[in-house]
Design a protein around this ligand. Sequence first.
Ligand code: SAM
Ligand code: DTB
Ligand code: SF4
Length: 364
Amino acid sequence: MATTRHNWTKEEILEIYNKPFMDLLYEAATVHRQNHDPNTVQVSTLLSIKTGGCSEDCGYCPQAARYHTNIEGNDLMSVSQVKAQAMRAKEAGSSRVCMGAAWRNVKDGQEFDDVLEMVRTINRLDLEVCCTLGMITENQAKRLAEAGLYAYNHNLDSSEEYYKEVISTRGYQDRLDTIENVRKTAVTVCSGGIIGMGESAEDRAGMLVALSTLNPQPESVPINALVPVEGTPMAEQQQVSIWEMVRMIATTRIVMPETQVRLSAGRTQMSREGQAMCFFAGANSIFAGDKLLTTPNPDVNEDMEMFKTLGLNPQKPFVKKAQPVTVDAEKSEYMALGEKPRWTRPGHIIERNLAAQEKSKPKA
Ligand code: SAM
Ligand code: DTB
Ligand code: SF4
């Protein structure tokens, strides 16, 4: 088995990405089989615990308040609501629940304390717990770890250069710093990105350089196809082709042989044959459930039928890493520090974002 490399260059990655399709598929499938059981796919369920009303200007995101999309916003869910949803996800065959919040960053206080209780509750259901809450400090990462968090999702989304064309309210380095904070704990890192935002193949390779040169590499890497949402700056983006998706997944598999590559957003637009090619090329994780955070996802029954057709089995929880221990709130060795971290706000002009903001302004 080849050793995992942490020194991939953009040129090398581009060369892989642009290989003749059959050569790329064969190489990726070979790496995949050397490192994973090709018939096992990890299944996660997303839960949007706090939806919409976000202060950021992420050009792809329907939850950014400034674009006035048609999504239904919600305050933070209660611990009991989350428990009920997690139990449903477990019954439906998921091994992981990923809780997403439309926050720029985590703030210490009652809401974060509630999230910690949600983490404890889900870990006690013997499910892997993942959170994606925006930027976090080292202390917040430690508190999540102590509550029993299994994974933290924080996407780089694109190359550092293209990130500037997508978001002006935060910087790439803040993303990397958050990942580093998670790495100071036993929580695994989930970080990937989106294709189909108008970026070039060089940008896709650039993102894979940023992810694969992390040491250790992220334990899971979600590859999302942009879901263009009415009202956002990317509403008119053309759907990414299945060929590009397979190329991206195959390249990710080759440069990060041990990671779980997640075929994430965009599956409603893909045929089963297309998804089968993604699994063959090295994807071994999906989001299940009829909703992602705010947009549709294939029905669970359809996915189970697809698994049956392809002879795929859902991965059991904690096969890659032991279940974390949950420490009760009363026994915690950490406390809220009430820090005010200086996450950056570059504030440069992104014409596409400003135009969408202007267009979506409610009429006076
Ligand atoms: N607010 C937190 C943050 O930004 O880190 C967590 C939630 S945010 C919605 C999580 C990720 O969802 C983003 O980093 C992005 O990769 C993905 N995402 C959001 N909108 C998307 C869309 N329209 N299509 C594909 N992926 C999307
Ligand atoms: C990830 O990479 N994709 C998920 C999860 N991590 C949080 C989110 C996809 C969101 C798609 C748009 C929506 O449903 O709002
Ligand atoms: Fe907010 Fe996250 Fe959406 Fe950006 S991606 S607008 S931070 S919810």
